[in-house]
Structure formats: C-alpha cells, structure tokens
Write a protein that binds this ligand. Sequence first.
Ligand code: NAD
Length: 332
Amino acid sequence: MATIVPYTFEKKEEKALYFTSFTKGMKVLIATEKPFAAKAVQGIVDILEGAGHRVVRLEKYTDKSQLLEAVADVDALIVRSDKITADVMAAAPNLKIVVRAGAGFDNVDCAEAKARGIVVMNTPGQNSNAVAELAVAMMIFMSRNCFTPGTGSEIKGKTLAIHAYGNVGRLVGLKGKALGMTVVAYDPFVADNSVFEADGVERVESVEELYRRADFLSLHIPATAQTKGSIGYDLLCSMPKGATLVNTARKEVIDEQGLKKALSEREDLKYVSDVAPDSGSELSELFGKRYFATPKKMGAETAEANINAGLAAANQIVDYFATGNTRFQVNK
Ligand code: NAD
C-alpha cells in the first residue's frame, strides 16, 4: 500500500512545515511514451534542476513494466498521453504529484490519485493554439476533397458551431471569425455571457440548436463519464446538408455505431478526426473522402505546444513543492 501523503491542511503552519520538509531534492520523472521535443525537455530539466530537484527520463517506452520500474522511487511525474492507472500509482509509493502536460486528463485515474493523496494537475491553455489551428486545417482539408482533384467549397460565409467554449473552442471560434465564418457556440458551463459577447460569437442555448445550425461542427468537450458516446446518430442527422463534424477532442465522445449509421444514410455528411476511431479502417473503406483521421493524435504536436506545456508542467511542480500551490489541480 502506498504512503498516503496529505495535501489539505487544517492550519497554515501545518502546511508550511510539510512543504519545507521536502522543498528541494525531489526526484521528478519525465515519462513520455511519445517524447517531448528536445527543446522542451531541455527547458523542463533546466527549470527543475534550477530549483534543486533531480530529473530522470523514460522516453519511447514500449512496455508498461518499464514505467512501473521507473516510478519506484519518484516524487513527481510529468506525462503526456501516458496512462497513469492504479497499478502505476501502487508502484510509486513516494509519488506526490502527477502533471499531465496538456489539457485532457482522462489518461490519469484521478479518483485513485485522490484516494492516495496524490495531486493531479493539467496545464490548461498551453497547447490550445496548436489544436485550434489543426481544427481549421481539417475544415479546409475536407472542403477541398482531401486535397485531391475536383471542385471544393470555401469555408467563408459558412456557419461554424463550437461545441464547448473552453480554451481550444474559443480559439477556433476566433479563427473562424477571421476567416469570414458565422460563429455560434454552446457551453452550459461558461457562466459569463461576456466571453461570447467579447468574441462576437452567438451563444446558443441547446446542443440540438447547435447541431441544427452547423455547416461545420467543431467538437471540444472533454471525455468524461457524461460525454463519452454522447455524439451520435440524432445529432449528426440534424446537421444541415453538406455538414462536416470536426473532432479534435477525443474519439471516445463519439458513438461510433451512430456515426456509421448517419454517414451511411446521409451521403452529404463528412467526419474528420484527430485521432482515428476504433472502426477507422471500416469507415475509410465505406465512406472514402467523406472520412479522414490523423494516423496519430497530432493536435498538440507542435514544437511550440510541446515547449509551452512542458515548461508549464515543470514550473507547476516547482511551485507546488515550494509553496503548495494547487491552482491547476484537477482532482480536488
Ligand atoms: P478546456 O477545459 O479549456 O475546455 C473544455 C470546455 O468544455 C469547458 O469550457 C467546459 O465548460 C466545456 N464542457 C465540459 N463538459 C461539457 C458538456 N457536457 N457540454 C458542453 N461543454 C462542456 O479544455 P480545452 O483545452 O479547450 O480542450 C478541450 C478538449 O480537447 C480536452 O478535454 C481534450 O480532451 C481535447 N484536446 C485534444 C488535443 C489533441 O491533441 N487533439 C489537445 C488538447 C486538448
């Protein structure tokens, strides 16, 4: 059983005492099956070592046993899409913090981490521009017959509907506006209307209205128990003629059977995704140029996003050990 390390404190003095006991000399593992860009790694190491911590790296690992071995004596972990499950935490009795360098944190078992007193953070906003640029590229790619000969169409003048107006959704909306699109958005969790007003984006009140109006639907909901499999046949079939669903969120939010049925019945609909759904090869065979998926998840795969997210992760770890700052904690 792992050592349970407390991270909520009754009294300020208790917290100060706790953190001064291990402010420096923490062992931090960068565990990346898909490594960061070299410049990002150098930056992460500089920040952590500059603050007095030790850094070890496990990159391009091919088997989970390598990860289980590498976490044995680490205090902190920086990961990308690496799966941090209960067995990984059980193998890491000293682990105090996991930072997912990126936005989605569905690869970390947050409930298990909470039960073990391990803080989980993400680095929101650091890779959003990269993902937003990919979403725009995907719209144009699908409008131009996947860059094969033939008459395509323009995105200017079309309606871009944004499903979830967070960091990525908002940037896609702004880019859409710059390209002459009409932008509408749905996000029931954004309390403040002024966000939409400031961007000149119309807020719609229901998901049904959003899909009904979407020439392009750009999907940015996180993958949660509520959202997984939530985008299916009915919503897709309600989209206007010639509509395209652009998914740079997560493949898991799509109901694949519903998607297949909608694409079969509606020969005008298109689907483009980062990354391929489980039934990707079947969709390719059935729907040709109406379907495209990136071979590997590449939304955040830019040097800039790598560096931004990696450095943010390192800074958050330094700050956590120095002051106990849990601003970006996602498993409170
Ligand atoms: P974010 O946390 O800034 O925004 C998410 C938004 O979703 C929030 O505004 C929230 O209110 C909204 N939301 C949550 N549940 C919703 C629901 N049921 N209906 C409508 N809105 C809902 O996250 P982000 O940085 O914009 O990223 C969005 C998602 O994109 C991530 O969760 C991640 O899964 C995915 N992502 C993919 C890549 C990639 O490489 N393709 C990279 C970054 C993020």
